[in-house]
Design a protein. Structure first.
Length: 201
């Protein structure tokens, strides 16, 4: 019989138990994991030895499945999401019996933080567009970005919007830049949601 989505979630959580993890940061995708893993390394933290897993859940609509599976097993749980997915995370928390009638402040008190607008926007604002463009050049994507920015549909967008869209134009690019932008960042300028969620575990 084919495994259901709930079965796959339960197997993932059971794997975390077997491997000795005690804390989990739920994130939407691999770019969030890449950024947080890099930030932890720069803070001289070894999350694996601390028993902390950063778990991409494949989209915010899966938050409830993971929360309902993780909660009974005694994990310390935190989370990071985009503002557009805040409602899904809030519903997931309430559906798992973690809080009720939650506001954003209520979510934060539970260890769940919201990026405005998303991870890439947070990183771009923290670094500034000129610094981000230098990172793009350093990664060998400068010419590709300049061609992208010259497209008629991009010319009316702000530099910040162009950068965000460029990072989402190719599979794996968001994760690559999640790593590179955090690595290039002054640790005094880390976006609040990233700093706060990492500090929960």
């Amino acid at each position: 019989m084919e495994a259901t989505h709930g079965d796959r979630v339960d197997r993932t959580v059971e794997s975390l138990v077997r491997e000795g993890f005690r804390s989990v940061i739920l994130v939407e995708g691999t770019s969030d994991r890449s950024a947080l893993s890099t930030l932890a390394e720069r803070r001289d933290r070894n999350l694996r030895s601390e028993g902390v897993a950063i778990l991409p859940i494949g989209g915010a609509t899966n938050a409830g499945h993971f929360l309902r599976s993780l909660t009974p097993r005694g994990f310390q749980i935190a989370g990071l999401c985009d503002v557009g997915e805040e409602r899904s995370f809030r519903k997931g928390l309430e559906g798992a019996g973690i809080g009720s009638n939650l506001t954003r402040e209520g979510m934060e008190s539970l260890g769940f933080f919201v990026c405005i607008q998303d991870l890439e926007d947070e990183l771009i604002r923290a670094l500034g567009t000129e610094h981000v463009e230098r990172v793009i050049d350093d990664l060998g994507d400068g010419e590709s970005f300049r061609r992208f920015r010259a497209q008629p549909t991009q010319r009316m967008r702000t530099p910040e919007e162009q950068l965000r869209r460029f990072m989402g134009t190719r599979s794996g690019r968001k994760a690559r830049y999640g790593n590179a932008l955090v690595d290039a960042m002054d640790l005094g300028s880390v976006p609040r949601p990233l700093e706060m969620v990492l500090g929960q575990v």
